[in-house]
Design a protein around this ligand. Structure first.
Ligand code: AP5
Ligand code: ZN
Length: 213
């Protein structure tokens, strides 16, 4: 089963993708994580996209389509969760083509619907474990022991350079200009299912499970 998690920055795409990986053995393909890995490893592409990402703008379709192409080629029986991809109509067309070229198809597009006002608090309070990727929040999901990841014990907890109010404003504008048209596109294709992302993460997960049943 191949699915897309669609929603604005802070909607909870990464949080829900991690649960689907644990519960169903699916593979999470987050273009944001792939781009951040490229930056950390200092590749030429990583250096090229760093300033664009920190400002909250989208990187080119060509770069992200190339990243996804490479992953889809390797295949995977339990299916892929596309997290943060596609983000433009061009990327959506490319995904159709890449999947059909590999004899696969899209089963569902889950829109995680949230209200913009909730996003500032979610984004500015977020931190993640640099070792295992677990996602935390200052008030709604802090680590049990200060500075130590609950999941793996690492003390490498980080905040993202684009998780500030200025970059978030640009990320939201990019979302409404370029990504939100995908909601209508997938609705028209009959693939769209919408869940209320303002509920607590357990309830969001239960609604996603229902939508996928
Ligand atoms: P990316 O990494 O994809 O960031 P994003 O879309 O802005 O999404 P986020 O990771 O910020 O949010 P999320 O929905 O995953 O929320 P999370 O679960 O962490 O992209 C970063 C940048 O890379 C882009 O700006 C762009 O430059 C580039 N890029 C990436 N893909 C691209 C593409 N395809 N094309 C072009 N450029 C691309 O949750 C957020 C917080 O809220 C956490 O603290 C969490 O604990 C909390 N939370 C989650 N769920 C709930 C809940 N139900 N209730 C309360 N709190 C919750
Ligand atoms: Zn960890």
């Amino acid at each position: 089963m191949n699915i897309i998690l669609l929603g604005p920055p802070g909607a909870g795409k990464g949080t829900q993708a991690r649960r689907l990986v644990e519960e169903r053995g699916m593979v999470q393909l987050s273009t944001g994580d792939m781009l951040r890995d490229a930056r950390t490893s200092g590749t030429e592409m990583g250096q090229k996209v760093a300033a664009i990402m920190d400002a909250g703008q989208l990187v080119t379709d060509e770069i992200v389509i190339g990243l996804i192409d490479e992953k889809i080629r390797n295949g995977n029986a339990a299916g892929f969760i596309f997290d943060g991809f596609p983000r433009t109509l061009g990327q959506a067309d490319a995904l159709n083509e890449l999947l059909s070229r590999n004899g696969a198809q899209l089963e569902a597009v889950i829109e995680i619907a949230v209200d913009d006002q909730a996003l500032v608090n979610r984004i500015t309070g977020r931190y993640t474990c640099g070792n295992c990727g677990e996602v935390y929040h200052d008030t709604t999901k802090p680590t049990k022991v200060d500075g130590v990841c609950d999941a793996c014990g690492s003390t490498d907890l980080k905040r993202r350079a684009d998780d500030n109010e200025d970059s978030l404003k640009t990320r939201l504008m990019e979302y409404y200009k370029k990504t939100s048209p995908l909601i209508g596109y997938y609705y028209a294709r009959g693939d769209l299912k919408s869940v209320d992302g303002l509920q607590d993460p357990e309830k969001v997960a239960a609604d996603i499970a229902k939508a996928l049943a």
